[in-house]
Design a protein around this ligand. Structure first.
Ligand SMILES: [Ca+2]
Length: 174
């Protein structure tokens, strides 16, 4: 079988498995995640310089709403709390994520942020930039304004087999 056809077959099989698990109701945030605000979509607050909030990021959610609104030109600092641990199926990792293992190589370009590690803690602004936080502490100067969402970097159809959550403090620096 030609390699391209084989790759297509593997992808179709993976999509089928993802669909089966989704239909079994395993794509929610039922395992290892108790964060209520992860699913929230309420009024978003805007921090003053020096103010901070703590947000919980559930690995199984593509969009974890921090309930924060940030503006272009502001800088925020991200500090990961202990235990810094979550799991991509059977693979335990941290907010820094992990590089591709053999079978994951062909899927790298499909990750939400293709150049970041699998499961690296990342952020994004609605209709704005995406950025990597990792193990931190790290700072990000925002170039766009909007609501801030956090996520474990994964392939969009592969969130169903994610477990755990990581807490992160978000402080406005500028
Ligand atoms: Ca996954």
């Amino acid at each position: 079988m030609p390699p391209q056809k084989k790759q297509l077959l593997v992808r179709r099989l993976a999509l089928y498995i993802a669909a089966v698990f989704s239909s079994l109701g395993l794509n929610g945030c039922k395992t290892g995640c108790t964060a209520r605000q992860s699913n929230a979509s309420g009024p978003h607050q805007h921090l003053r310089v020096g103010e901070a909030i703590t947000s919980v990021v559930c690995a199984r959610r593509r969009y974890n709403d921090t309930l924060l609104f940030v503006r272009a030109g502001e800088t925020y600092r991200f500090v990961i709390h202990s235990p810094n641990s979550w799991k991509d199926w059977y693979h335990s990792t941290c907010a820094g994520g992990y590089p591709s293992m053999f079978l994951q190589k062909p899927w790298e370009s499909g990750r939400v942020i293709p150049t970041a590690n699998w499961f690296a803690l990342c952020g994004e602004i609605t209709l704005g930039e995406r950025f990597v936080i990792g193990n931190g502490p790290s700072q990000h100067p925002f170039q766009s304004s909007g609501s801030l969402f956090l996520f474990a970097n994964d392939h969009p159809w592969s969130y169903w087999n994610n477990f755990g959550q990581i807490s992160v403090s978000i402080v406005r620096m500028k």
